[in-house]
Design a protein around this ligand. Structure first.
Ligand SMILES: Nc1ncnc2c1ncn2[C@@H]1O[C@H](COP(=O)(O)OP(=O)(O)OP(=O)(O)O)[C@@H](O)[C@H]1O
Ligand SMILES: [Mg+2]
Length: 242
């Protein structure tokens, strides 16, 4: 079985945290011991004297994961910017070796660790490394989260092809937020087109859930929708150790 998976996306705000939380919950429901990691989060805020990473907090809140925040999200940065920029402002160096060490610690505690990326694949982490370098350093496969709407074929194929060109296997694509905007011809036809041209399976389509509110820590129907609509068995089949 797979022991780690990296959730990337075609862009920021596309639903990586929602997909990661849904995946952790669905795997836990199957009886697996699951960990979550968001190695770098920018745009963190200070609350009650503590620096709060909202993605990690949401996933912890809804999944019951209790690992220390320093393991789950070792780099919590304030500026709402790319990690290379936010870390420069705080005079922090983002080290991939350090993240790999923390990931290794988490993988000793769990059967599978779901790692959430930052933005998309080509986001700089420091002066000379991108998210793609982090995925390669972790040695895990990627899942791409995509929008359902017009324009997503281009963004998804760019992401899938860049991953493949760099030697990162893509385990699947999850289309997120179906129905947030009116469902027309592109929304109905994009999944097949993406699958055909990327040669990567679309693992499922997650609807826009009105009862889900990540900011309020409310998962709504995320677990039931995820378990029903996403092909988790295919996601668990492993090519780890590439
Ligand atoms: N399927 C959905 N149903 C309802 N709300 C959603 C859904 N997907 C995402 N959202 C909402 O959209 C916002 C962005 O989603 P999310 O935080 O998962 O994106 P992200 O890709 O993780 O962003 P980031 O790049 O900041 O990490 C959140 O407020 C979340 O609650
Ligand atoms: Mg997120």
């Amino acid at each position: 079985m797979r022991t780690g998976i990296f959730i990337t996306g075609t862009d920021t705000g596309v639903g990586k945290t929602v997909v990661a939380a849904g995946l952790v919950m669905a795997l836990k429901q199957r009886g697996l011991n699951v960990g979550y990691m968001k190695p770098i989060e920018t745009g963190c805020v200070i609350m009650d004297g503590e620096i709060v990473a909202k993605d990690s907090r949401f996933v912890r809140d809804v999944t019951g994961i209790r690992d220390e925040m320093d393991l789950v999200c070792p780099y919590r940065l304030k500026a709402p910017a790319a990690p290379s920029i936010a870390s420069r402002l705080e005079d922090v160096h983002i080290s991939l070796n350090y993240i790999v060490d923390q990931y290794f610690q988490l993988s000793l505690l769990h059967e599978i660790v779901v790692v959430e990326g930052v933005g998309g694949l080509m986001v700089p982490l420091n002066n000379n490394e991108l998210v793609t370098d982090l995925i390669l350093a972790l040695g895990v496969e990627a899942v791409i989260v995509s929008r359902p709407t017009l324009g997503t074929i281009n963004h998804t194929l760019l992401t899938a092809n860049m991953a493949k060109m760099l030697g990162i296997p893509v385990a699947g694509i999850i289309i997120n937020g179906f129905g947030k905007e009116a469902i027309g011809l592109p929304e109905r036809t994009n999944p097949d087109e993406i699958e055909h041209f990327s040669n990567v399976p679309v693992l499922g389509i997650l609807p826009w859930m009105k009862d889900l509110d990540a900011n309020a820590g409310r998962p709504g129907s995320l677990l039931s929708e995820f378990a029903e609509r996403i092909n988790i068995n295919s996601l668990l089949q492993s090519d780890d150790g590439y």
